[in-house]
Design a binder for this molecule. Structure first.
Ligand code: ZN
Length: 189
């Protein structure tokens, strides 16, 4: 098998089989908040194209680093093929309303990028050509990512071991991935 190059053959954000998921710990990707950790050894084992790496995903959304090449993106060069138009009402219906400003009208358009931060235009075009999943999507257009955005932490409840406890143990929320929502200028007034 030819050697795979990260950023060319394999997106920077992709997990590798040699990167086991670790426990809950404070994570610098979210300013020391509790998060699920994952070993950092990209290139070890096989790329797991369907799995984002937990730390790299959070870092990429938090810093708007390109998930393809891992480098920072600048205003005006942030593109997404997979983001889809949504509304404040839809985001609220998913239970994520706490992360939206209360004065956002229900019909305010938002660009839900899900877990995938926008890419450099060149990287997005390369990904579309190289990735069979992206090449097969009905939508081949690249959407410009807005200059404002909201980051929503997705969490799981991490429970302490309770082997000796006869009192129910309260879990703590630990962040898994970050969800990114673009906020276009409000045209509706
Ligand atoms: Zn890039």
């Amino acid at each position: 098998m030819p050697k795979l190059t990260i950023g060319v053959d394999v997106p920077w954000v992709t997990s590798w089989s040699g990167e086991p998921v670790l426990g809950v710990a404070p994570c610098p990707s979210i300013d020391g908040g509790l998060a699920i950790g994952q070993a950092l050894s990209p290139g070890q084992g096989e790329p797991l194209f369907a799995s984002n790496h937990l730390f790299r995903q959070r870092k990429s959304v938090r810093e708007l680093g390109c998930p393809m090449c891992g480098e920072p993106t600048a205003d005006g060069d942030r593109w997404s093929q997979t983001a889809r138009w949504s509304t404040a009402a839809e985001v609220r219906a998913k239970g994520l309303g706490a992360w939206l400003p209360a004065d956002f009208r229900d019909d305010r358009p938002l660009l839900d990028a899900g877990a995938i931060a926008p890419m450099h235009r060149a990287c997005a075009e390369r990904a579309r050509t190289a990735c069979p999943h992206l090449a097969a999507l009905p939508g081949q257009a690249l959407t410009a990512f807005p200059a404002a955005w909201i980051v929503v932490p997705l969490t799981v409840e991490a429970r302490p071991h309770a082997v000796y406890a006869n009192v129910p143990q309260r879990g703590v929320a630990a962040v898994t991935f970050l969800q990114l929502i673009g906020v276009p200028d409000d045209a509706g007034g």
